[in-house]
Design a protein around this ligand. Structure first.
Ligand code: DGY
Length: 316
């Protein structure tokens, strides 16, 4: 049986698939697979492992004659027409859990880099402006005793909250359901979105991208933020209206933003590149050796299970 992977992923996973007797083909270029090549190469595959940069829509799904599983190498799956795949009896899986810690680590990294003005500090040194120690040089904020607002209290939101709590923050969260564990262990309080935006010093986004979360933070509610607020986005770019975010950052209405994801990824709003009060990363939330290896292995194991007639480990 044939497995097609749309980019070179960790070799351990490719070996695992080959050891189980599958024929594995990989798109070898270091760029997202062009649509025409994808269409050509997947016609007769039994399993597809796509990346989040591949749009797997009706046309692509219809183009696969006998595919049994689309095993995403990501936790997010907004690039897949899951309903249509299910309608065609194709299983869709993702990679939850295994990237929770690495993404939460990055959310905290961005929170700290923003609040302690790490990149402005480096720039000052690079520009040869570090002449002497000063009482008011690059003052930032501590996390201790601040209100840390988590939007979306799933796995990654909870792991980020845990880290912020360990730094001494008070945790509040906005989520569709109650997270009892966070309430018990972190004394977290559930609140409305507007209240969270009004009172938080740090705001970290952890919701998936879908029609409900599109521009969840927008022109109207971004006005509620405190002047010392730090916004962190390691989820998906379109959860914040990027143009409105740029406007408030430019006007200095909030302290800073730490972004790992962008509305028109990989394009970055040109104004973001000029602003001092932002920290930018190129969508590296899960980019640790541990997480990416585990993501690749989980996708491979889902493929093995489904092609051998067993249940997948992490179905959507
Ligand atoms: C995901 O998995 O959805 C992340 O954005 C990349 O690992």
């Amino acid at each position: 049986m044939k497995v097609y992977i749309t980019r070179k992923i960790q070799s351990k996973a490719i070996k695992h698939l080959r050891d189980k007797g599958f024929t594995v083909s990989v798109y070898k270029e270091d760029k997202p697979i062009p649509r025409n090549i994808l269409m050509k190469n997947i016609k007769n595959v039994d399993a597809l492992i796509p990346l989040l940069t591949d749009k797997i829509d009706k046309e692509v799904i219809d183009n696969m004659n006998k595919c049994k599983i689309i095993a995403c190498y990501s936790v997010g799956y907004e690039n897949i027409d899951v309903d249509y795949a299910k309608h065609k009896n194709i299983m869709v899986t993702n990679t939850p859990d295994v990237l929770t810690d690495s993404t939460a680590d990055l959310a905290m990294t961005l929170a700290l880099a923003c609040s302690r003005r790490l990149f402005e500090s480096r720039k000052l040194i690079d520009d040869g402006k570090f002449k002497h120690w000063k009482p008011d040089l690059l003052l930032g904020y501590e996390i201790k005793n601040k209100i840390f607002g988590i939007i979306g209290a799933g796995r990654i939101g909870e792991a980020t909250a845990k880290r912020a709590y360990a730094f001494g923050a008070k945790i509040i969260y906005h989520s569709r359901s109650v997270n009892k564990k966070m309430e018990k262990e972190l004394k977290a309080k559930k609140t409305s979105l507007n209240k969270l935006l009004k009172i938080s010093d740090f705001i970290s986004l952890h919701v998936p991208s879908n029609e409900r979360t599109y521009h969840l933070l927008n022109k109207e509610n971004l006005k509620l933020l405190k002047s010392n607020a730090v916004i962190i986005n390691t989820a998906r770019g379109n959860i914040i209206d990027e143009i409105e975010l740029v406007k408030i950052l430019k006007k200095g209405k909030i302290f800073s933003a730490g972004l790992d994801v962008y509305e028109n990824e990989p394009k970055i709003h040109p104004e973001l590149l000029k602003l001092k009060n932002v920290v930018l990363a190129p969508h590296i939330g899960s980019a640790t050796i541990e997480a990416r290896t585990a993501m690749a292995m989980l996708a491979a194991k889902n493929v093995v299970n489904v092609l051998k007639g067993k249940k997948p480990l992490t179905p959507i």
